[in-house]
Design a protein around this ligand. Sequence first.
Ligand code: SAM
Length: 297
Amino acid sequence: MNYRHAFHAGNFADVLKHAVLAQCLTHLKKKPGAFRYIDTHAGVGAYDLTSSEAQRNPEWEGGIARVLAAERPPAVDAALAPFLDVVRAMNPGDTLTTYPGSPELAARLLREQDRAHLCELHEADARTLDQRYIRNAAVKVERRDGYKALASLVPPREKRGVVLVDPPFEHRDEMAHMAEAVRKAVPKWPTGTYIFWRPLKDLWASERFDVGLAEWLFEENLATPEKVLRADLWVRDLEAEGKLAGAGVVILNPPYTLEAQLLELLPWLAETLATGEGAGWRLDGAATDESLSVEEF
Ligand SMILES: C[S@@+](CC[C@H](N)C(=O)[O-])C[C@H]1O[C@@H](n2cnc3c(N)ncnc32)[C@H](O)[C@@H]1O
């Protein structure tokens, strides 16, 4: 396990993933009933952007820093608000020095009645994560394989909540592991909101995952097409060599407000975070013919 998220914290892929996560959690707060946040691949919780890892090749400069510095139309600002409010609260001065990982984003959005369950397999990272939340009774940290844990963590007692599956994609068979974990967990809790993150690197593999997931959900009567939303962003030509150019999320049971928010957010992100020709975005239902929108610059 060599993957270190500190090298990537706050990049374009994190911005989209964390904006979606913050919207999903915020939506659950519209009702008073408690919810649970489950993070299968949690990382260390928060990232010091002044650390040597974050400084070596500062991906956050092309992600969260650009988003904060740009002029944001009101609809984009509204879509980003729950996420950016947390980033601003963690950086009270003028300088951006800290970035929330998914655990910290969730921990700061939980209410008194809500709970979080975080899995992290890397020994040192799990220790760091545990230390971070040792005094927070609402947040449980486990050093555990998140794929294996997931089916035993659902349905949560609260029967409302969000699952984030955000693997490092170090191994070629990561998509297959993700698909297997989904097939065990979703039938046990088909009404939960699930966010699956994947890179747009091996496009054949990601398409196979997305379409395979959606078709399986429909065949098993676990979801209808409007319950699956795919949101992708690429900051330059996906065929370009070098660093990761694109990534996105597949969301099962998204809040009904999310599609409209993403239709405002994605074109703005593609334009604002573009690092080369061919940047673009896509919003659709993965296995449906009806494509909500695809645009390239
Ligand atoms: C992409 S990072 C997570 C970032 C985090 N979700 C966030 O948004 O801030 C993936 C993490 O998964 C951990 N990991 C790798 N394999 C795992 C597994 N099978 N179960 C749990 N964690 C794992 C890695 O150590 C790494 O910290």
